[in-house]
Write a protein that binds this ligand. Sequence first.
Ligand code: NAP
Length: 485
Amino acid sequence: MAAQRYQLYINGKWVDADGGRTFEVRDPATGDHVADIADAGAAETRRGIQAAHQAFPSWAATPAKQRGEILRKVQGLMQERVDEIAKLVVLENGKPFAEARGEVGFSLGYFGWFAEEARRAYGALVPSPFPNKRLWVVGQPVGVVAAITPWNFPANMITRKIAPAMAAGCTVVLKPASATPMTALAIARACHDAGVPPGVLNVITGARSVPIAEELMGNPLVKKVGFTGSTEVGKTLMERAAKQIKRISFELGGNAPFIVFEDADLAAAVEGAVAIKYLRVGGQSCICANRLYVQETVADRFIPAFVEKVKALKVGSGFEPGMQVGPLINEEGRKKVHGLVEDAVARGATVLAGGGPLKEGPLAKGYFYAPTVLTNVKDQWPVCQEEIFGPVAPILTFKTEEELIRRANDTTFGLASYLYTRDLGRVVRVAESLEYGLVGVNDAAGYTHEIPFGGFKESGLGREGGQEGLEEYMETKSIVVNLPG
Ligand code: NAP
């Protein structure tokens, strides 16, 4: 298949990068060169910001109902194109087609959810302590928003930002991950075709993130930054945002504990653990189970059942029917995962499944890694402290609830956590004690559009989704009206 060529989207037009520069996107399952993408830098980013700035007053003044109708059209068009967009996700990200289709189908729901929420951004009429004064509290769009997104959910991480931003009346400059720009441009195409006015959404792609991000962070016309990515990059962006006190929403890394108590439905716990460890981008998700904690008394039943399921997982190209685990995003990602496994083994871990890269036959050219299970590991080892971002499950055991809570919270991250138990008192105690933004109780499916999602500690700031997801893109203004005497 010949490589497709993609342009930037600025002010409602498809344009080349200055000098016609492009960069390549490669399929992580085959290494094939699949697309040439416009390679922008600071100058094109500035033009995107300028377009967003010019479009802002009229979009902000458009009634929320009317903005919502346009967003609902975007949702409809993405639904019509779900297979087409999912194929792009598989091509550039590698996840299995059914999973990619699920991601795109979920991601478009944010346009519907926020189209509705924007109509209910009521504000408040506050009872005044003075007879001659009236107190109003209103929400107003924050202004031009920069959205910077990662490659692991090339559709969902974008719509979770641009849908609430546009619904609130903000205009957006989006910088997608360089590994997965095609999905971003397909979403922009749906916005364009649905009638999103020129300048309301702009997409700047580039192989070099730093000049684009420098312009987004340094340009005073940008009022808010929505970032999803690693905690490391988040910290550098936060320092830069501080210079202008830009508003920020950050969704960063995770280190999710998956906890199995002795009274759990063990079959459901095994099912849930496999799903949240291996079946979300092959473990390259911020909410993936990173460490499994199994109560000592049931470890000899849980572990063999879990290992049996892991060994049966089908690893291969996302376009092959029936595949469940795709490749890692690139060789650097695979080396990092394998480094954590090698380190654990050198310290004395036992490998019960997998343990290394897969390089045979049709997997030879991709970045595949065997679904891996490790036991005899310790909390303080890197494999339990760092975000693994791959199909590797270290299993630890614990004796008591108190001990478990202490160990599960002993991390700088705080994004997602999971616990399986049938004891209601324990559900309440443990769920309330876990220092995580999301707690799945007998549930490993993650979140929905309707609830806020985000992290404690170094996993982030702010929330996406729910009612809160809209508020992140609005300023609160209090209006004090002194009535004439
Ligand atoms: P990343 O390296 O931090 O990159 C994220 C975005 O930032 C990309 O667009 C990237 O551009 C850009 N970027 C990279 N270095 C930069 C720099 N020095 N200055 C400015 N921008 C920079 O993260 P990733 O590898 O794409 O994604 C994986 C991470 O995202 C994991 O830590 C994961 O936990 C986190 N994540 C969190 C959530 C959540 O909801 N909390 C969801 C998904 C993922 P390039 O692509 O051009 O490098």
